[in-house]
Structures are given as structure tokens and as C-alpha cells.
Design a protein around this ligand. Structure first.
Ligand code: SF4
Ligand code: SF4
Length: 343
């Protein structure tokens, strides 16, 4: 696969070349924050951002999508969004989260709605330049990423090293005006990786991530859940901003003609009251502390049990930023448990 060094002054024409022929979403400034949004010009793209408000997961299972339409005869038609797009600026920890979601949505019933988007996406990942105030990707082993993307960009100061990892990435990289990187450029990229593997560490964990499932096995009845949940608003922000949270609700919406309708899938969150409400108005996790515990168990016990021990927290720090009472940081919870439970 190709690898090119693209000088900073030639980078915008590369991005504008991508925009000319594709539907593109990229990271842009919103005041002093950043987020993914439709990209109309390379000058709007920001790659030295710290963290985006929301994760790029919104392009795969979007917050709301129609799964199928139906009518009174029982006829239904599945809806799939197959329109290709390019996503520019995905940080390594978010790429790891997308890789996890790929495995989750392929399990049991392969989710064709998810994969219609995923298969038609080109992901241009970029290494972190500016660590965010609550990132702990180094701790979780997600500060760099080796697969899942189509192109990886690394800012080495006077330019970007752009390396294609797939045929789709190769086709995009063809339009870049670049040259083969010198050995010194490759060394600079290696240095960026080594620095990020150490420096995206605003919170430290007092055990290895691999020990977390064992820690939680003995933590179900710990008082940390009640203590923390005392100030939880059940707002669900920690779920919504998390790149590894993928829970959804499915709702039927009948049209005014009362003869046809659609079935929508919408994001849901385990911290929200009503998340576990089922037919007959039964709710089996109506206690806030139980919901609070469930989120952490899902991150470090239930998902690792499903996908080869991978912890469903990539250390992006978004939940820490988003939680008003400052109780959502998984690292604080693990470290509190470690004071009482040995692993
Ligand atoms: S739990 Fe928090 S820090 Fe971990 S991936 Fe989710 S939002 Fe990021
Ligand atoms: S832990 Fe924080 S962000 Fe999550 S639901 Fe409770 S108050 Fe909201």
C-alpha cells in the first residue's frame, strides 16, 4: 500500500480534491469545541483538535434511522443507507471503538443497516496532536491504532505522513500531491506514536485494563454504586457521548393515513430511566444505582466477555467532560474498587 508525505501547504488541495468527488464529513471547530460535521471546504477542517463533542459513531448507527417501512397488508420494505462517504479526522481511540462496534454488530444477526454504512465509508484517521484534558487512551492501549481505517494521517510538523491501509484508501491517496517519505520522516512518525502511547494519560488506572473483568466479578455489591448514584441525574449524557455505547430502542411510527408506517431505531442509554421498561410496564432496573453499575459492568465485564476481553472504554474522556456531577469517570470507579478488592 502507498505511503506519502504531503507537505502542509499542499494538504488543503488534497482535502478539496476529496470533497470534489465525495460526500465528506470532517472535524470542525464550534466555538472553542470541536465536532464532526459535513465538510464543504478544506479550510474548515481541523486536525489538531483535542476531542470532538460527540464520537464518530453517529455515522454508523445514526441517532435516528428508519429500518423499514410497512403497510396494512403486511408488506414491508427494508431501508438501507448505502450512500458512500468519507470521514476525515478520526482519532485512534475512536477508531478502536468503531472496530469494536464492527465486531458487536457482526455478532448473532449480522446488522445489515449498520454494515450498509460501514462498508460504504472511507475512514481517514489521524493521530492525536493535542491531548484533551481528560483523555486516558494511553492507559487503555488505544492511543495509537493499527487497523480499521483506510488511511492514517500523522502530523510530523512540516507535513503529514499519509499511509493507505485498504484499496479504498489507496484510491483516495492517489490524488494527493506527495512524495515518498524519507527515513527521517518515518522516524518522526514513530516518535509521535511513542509519545502518544505515553502522554494521553490524564487519569491513571491502578491495575492493568485486562484485570478489570476480574475486578468487577467481585464488585457487584460494593457501596460505590449507591454512593456515586446519589448525585446522578440519569441524564444519559455519559452514554450519548461514548464511542462504544451502541444501545438502541426500536419504535413503530404509524402514518396519519393509519394504513402505513415506519420502524425507527433510535439511540438509547442504560443510564436513562425507562431503558429497561418492557411490556406490561415492568421495569427491571428502576433503581439509579443499578443503572449506574450496569454502565460500568458493560464497559469492563459484559462486552469483554462478548469480544475477546476487549474493554468497552477507549479512554476518550468524553463522559468525564459531559457529566455535571463529575461521577462518570470509569477510572475513578475502578480505582475506588481497587482500594477494597484485590485482583
Ligand atoms: S466510558 Fe467514557 S472515557 Fe470510556 S470510551 Fe466511553 S465516554 Fe470515553
Ligand atoms: S453518570 Fe453523569 S452523565 Fe451519566 S447519567 Fe449520571 S449524571 Fe448523567
Amino acid at each position: 500500500m502507498s505511503i506519502k508525505k504531503i507537505n502542509k501547504d499542499g494538504f488543503n488541495s488534497f482535502v478539496d480534491g476529496i470533497i470534489e468527488n465525495n460526500r465528506v464529513f470532517g472535524v470542525q471547530a464550534k466555538g472553542d469545541k470541536f465536532d464532526f460535521a459535513p465538510l464543504g471546504s478544506a479550510t474548515d477542517l481541523t486536525l489538531d483538535y483535542d476531542v470532538t463533542l460527540g464520537p464518530p459513531k453517529k455515522y454508523f448507527p445514526p441517532p435516528t434511522e428508519t429500518l423499514l417501512t410497512f403497510d396494512e397488508t403486511g408488506t414491508f420494505e427494508s431501508q438501507h443507507d448505502c450512500e458512500p462517504f468519507v470521514l476525515i479526522g478520526v482519532h485512534p481511540y475512536d477508531m478502536v471503538a468503531i472496530n469494536q462496534m464492527d465486531q458487536i454488530f457482526a455478532q448473532d444477526n449480522n446488522d445489515t443497516h449498520y454494515f450498509a454504512r460501514r462498508d460504504n465509508a472511507v475512514i481517514i484517521a489521524c493521530d492525536v496532536v493535542t491531548p484533551s484534558k481528560n483523555v486516558f487512551a494511553s492507559v487503555m492501549g488505544t492511543a495509537t491504532v493499527k487497523d480499521g481505517f483506510d488511511i492514517l494521517l500523522t502530523d510530523i510538523g512540516d507535513g503529514y505522513i499519509a499511509e493507505a491501509a485498504t484499496e479504498k484508501g489507496e484510491a483516495i491517496l492517489e490524488i494527493a500531491n506527495g512524495k515518498e517519505p524519507a527515513d527521517s520522516d518515518i522516524k518522526k512518525r514513530q516518535q509521535v506514536w511513542e509519545n502518544n502511547e505515553k502522554q494521553l494519560n490524564k487519569h491513571s488506572l491502578n491495575c492493568s485494563p485486562q484485570q478489570l473483568p476480574k475486578l468487577l466479578e467481585n464488585a457487584y455489591d460494593h457501596n460505590v454504586w449507591e454512593e456515586k448514584a446519589k448525585t446522578c441525574f440519569s441524564c444519559g449524557s455519559c452514554n450519548q457521548v461514548c464511542p462504544t455505547c451502541y444501545c438502541f430502542n426500536v419504535c413503530d411510527d404509524i402514518n396519519w393515513d393509519m394504513q402505513s408506517g415506519k420502524r425507527d431505531r433510535v439511540w438509547d442509554g442504560c443510564l436513562l430511566d425507562g431503558f429497561t421498561k418492557v411490556a406490561g410496564d415492568h421495569e427491571f432496573r428502576c433503581n439509579r444505582a443499578d443503572r449506574f453499575r450496569h454502565r460500568i459492568f458493560r464497559k469492563a465485564k459484559y462486552v469483554p466477555d462478548k469480544i475477546d476481553g476487549q474493554i468497552a472504554c477507549v479512554g476518550c474522556g468524553r463522559c468525564v467532560n459531559a457529566c455535571l456531577p463529575d461521577i462518570a469517570n470509569p477510572i475513578n470507579i475502578y480505582n475506588t474498587l481497587l482500594e477494597d478488592i484485590s485482583v
